[in-house]
Design a protein around this ligand. Structure first.
Ligand code: CAA
Length: 258
């Protein structure tokens, strides 16, 4: 794959940039788009000219989650066969530093993509959240595990259960993001950080990343497997069908617990 439909790539000095490019649906991540992001990450990781990677979206959205229309009618068996989240595991194998430059919405899968990055530079207008509960679903690409590891169980449950959007300031106070900056300079700040990292010894950066990930991820795989099964299971429920249908029809859902 070298022709990308949903992302744009460019290189500035030793920084490989990935711009999410599906603005008509707030960069909602369909399966092809996730494949493209992972392929781009892997190709930058292999490219010796590239030292650091920056992922960004646009002013309104980093990414507003997985593509609800694409999955609304899926059932657990389809999801299990597709094994759509397996490709996400490859992001954790990228050895170079990945910086997220976040403006606007980073929700659901979009927030999960951010949490897969190593450094997060966010605009004061960025909004983070896991709204899956509002559509009868739950995060499936690592959200329950990675958020909990960053902010702890009680805060994570509050965030995941209420499905509310959190301001960048709150996310900063909880230690989710590294830097909070004005919207106009978020990409510039991410690039500054990336260029600074690009001057550090590449092998040190890689081995430090590996060691730090080891510190936080020791039981992540077990958690991810459980989360994935539960995500697939919810697609056997009437509430998931109702929740996603209501989103598409732009109305409030009526949940019955089935
Ligand atoms: N999937 C598909 N389409 C989406 C989308 C998504 N996640 N998010 C937004 N869109 C589409 C909208 O349907 C709309 O399309 P049309 O113009 O064709 O109607 C377009 O993007 C613009 O969106 P809105 O009109 O809704 O914009 P808004 O400013 O009024 O609201 C928003 C913004 C609050 C982010 C709202 O779009 C929203 O709630 N989006 C869904 C967020 C969500 O539930 N994300 C989680 C998805 S599930 C998931 O991610 C599972 C996982 O773990 C992988």
């Amino acid at each position: 794959m070298s022709n990308y439909n949903f992302i744009q790539l460019r290189v500035e000095e030793a920084v490989g940039i990935i711009e999410l490019y599906r603005s008509e649906v707030l960069n909602a991540l369909n399966r092809k788009m996730v494949d493209e992001i992972v392929e781009a990450l892997e190709s930058y990781d292999r490219n010796e000219r590239i030292r650091t990677i920056v992922i960004t979206g646009n002013e309104k959205a980093f990414a507003a989650g997985a593509d609800i229309e694409e999955m609304a009618n899926d059932d657990p068996v389809t999801l299990e066969k597709l094994n759509q989240f397996a490709v996400w595991d490859k992001i954790a194998l990228v050895r170079k530093p990945i910086i997220a430059a976040v403006n606007g919405y980073a929700l659901g899968g979009g927030f999960e993509l951010v949490l897969n990055c190593d450094i997060i530079i966010a605009s004061e207008k960025a909004m983070f959240g896991f709204p899956e509960v509002n559509i009868g679903a739950m995060p499936g690409a690592g959200g329950t595990q990675r958020l909990t590891k960053v902010i702890g169980k009680t805060k994570a449950l509050e965030w995941l259960w209420l499905g509310e959007t959190m301001s960048a300031k709150e996310a900063y106070q909880l230690g989710v993001i590294n830097r909070l900056v004005a919207p106009e300079i978020v990409f510039e700040e991410a690039m500054k950080f990336a260029k600074r990292l690009s001057k550090q010894a590449p092998l040190s950066l890689k081995l430090i990343k590996e060691a730090v990930n080891k510190a936080v991820d020791s039981s992540l795989q077990d958690g991810l497997q459980l989360e994935r099964k539960n995500f697939y299971l919810l697609f056997g429920s009437k509430d998931q069908k109702e929740g996603m249908k209501a989103f598409i029809e732009k109305r409030q859902p009526n949940f019955t617990g089935e």
